[in-house]
Design a protein around this ligand. Structure first.
Ligand code: GLY
Length: 348
């Protein structure tokens, strides 16, 4: 049975998140679309195959290698060229099937092809289902900067189906789990946070309801602040630290996933909150919960080594960086702080 969550911007319907228990339930969402072009990550060709068999309007498909190095203008141009060669008109509908790299690439290509054609997402990673594939952020890396070129254009829909996670490697699943817990640290109506910790500790099977609950939180934030002028910044909880951890890991040749860095980053954010008196004992309780959920909690690098990368965070303004600080489970605030002060607080 499908469930829908609306994304409404300034009172106007801008998109929707649709949950379905079977991948083939996507077919009615594309009924009457004569020009569907599927852009898919080659690792999930089985999902693309099922979609293409179920949707009569598919006119072409483009397989991509979804890597951070390939998240580039070259790949966007490759998608655009494929659309052009296949005769895609302004009525074309691009369907992205894959994780956040694929939905970012396909969404960006669709948004600039012939000045913009419609697109929709079928996220195949937990991370993309609860975060990356919702909210219209698209783009590519440029000159060593992540997501430096891109646009915010809402997908017509994001189809969320837990069935597609069955081939997701465990480590990638846990990477998404960190973003799910992040979402519920930001907003925890109905006690989803505790249920998510329990669900993850028992292996993370059959999580459609929790995945949709996290997707609903994201859809709500995006509806209220589509262009990240304020509230949407809360979704960066743990991310200023995480980006710095990922940067340091790249320099050292260490293997740390985005979600692992986000989990460590949230622990550092909680330590900062505790040190500033914004929260009490939150680092200890998050550490316990994340460990139960199977996530790492200890950043392997001294905080001083993260300072330079945090200063370069593209969200920094006027020498200060927007830090998202958890007050308790279900509530975060944003404080603009100097990185030097943050490092000093964390060293205590
Ligand atoms: N991933 C954070 C956002 O979409 O704003």
């Amino acid at each position: 049975m499908s469930k829908e969550i609306a994304i409404t911007i300034n009172g106007i319907a801008a998109g929707r998140v649709v949950g379905g228990s079977r991948i083939t339930e996507i077919a009615p969402l594309l009924a009457g679309e004569p020009e569907v072009f599927v852009v898919y990550d080659e690792h999930v060709s089985w999902v693309a195959g099922e979609v293409m068999a179920a949707v009569p309007g598919v006119r072409g498909s483009i397989a991509i290698e979804a890597t951070e190095e390939g998240k580039s203008m070259e790949t966007v141009l490759l998608i655009a060229r494929s659309l052009l060669e296949a005769g895609a008109s302004r009525k074309a509908f691009v369907l992205a099937i894959g994780g956040g790299i694929t939905t970012d690439l396909a969404g960006f290509a669709a948004s600039i092809y012939k000045r913009g054609v419609r697109y929709a997402n079928v996220p195949t990673t937990l991370l993309a289902q609860v975060d990356a594939a919702i909210g219209g952020k698209t783009g590519v890396n440029f000159d060593d900067y992540k997501n430096m070129l891109g646009v915010i254009v809402q997908p017509v829909f994001t189809f969320v189906c837990a069935e597609v996670l069955r081939t997701l490697p465990r480590r990638d699943f846990l990477s998404g789990a960190a973003e799910m817990l992040k979402t519920f640290v930001i907003e925890n109506e109905d006690g989803h946070y505790a249920r998510a910790v329990e669900w993850l500790s028992s292996g993370g099977l059959d999580g459609q309801d929790l995945i949709l609950a996290a997707a609903a939180v994201k859809a709500g934030v995006v509806s209220r602040d589509p262009y990240e002028a304020g509230e949407r910044r809360k979704l960066n909880l743990g991310h200023t630290f995480a980006h710095a951890i990922e940067h340091e890991a790249r320099l050292r040749g260490d293997d740390i996933t985005h979600g692992e860095a986000v989990a460590m980053g949230m622990i550092l954010a909680a330590r900062l909150s505790d040190a500033l008196g914004v929260s009490t004992g939150l680092e200890a309780s998050l550490t316990q919960d994340f460990t139960t959920a199977g996530l790492p909690t200890q950043c392997p690098y001294p905080v001083e080594t993260l300072a330079e990368a945090m200063d370069k965070d593209k969200k920094a303004e006027g020498g200060l960086v927007h830090f998202v600080l958890p007050e308790r489970i279900g509530s975060v605030i944003i404080r603009d702080l100097a990185v030097r002060d943050v490092v000093n607080y964390l060293k205590i």
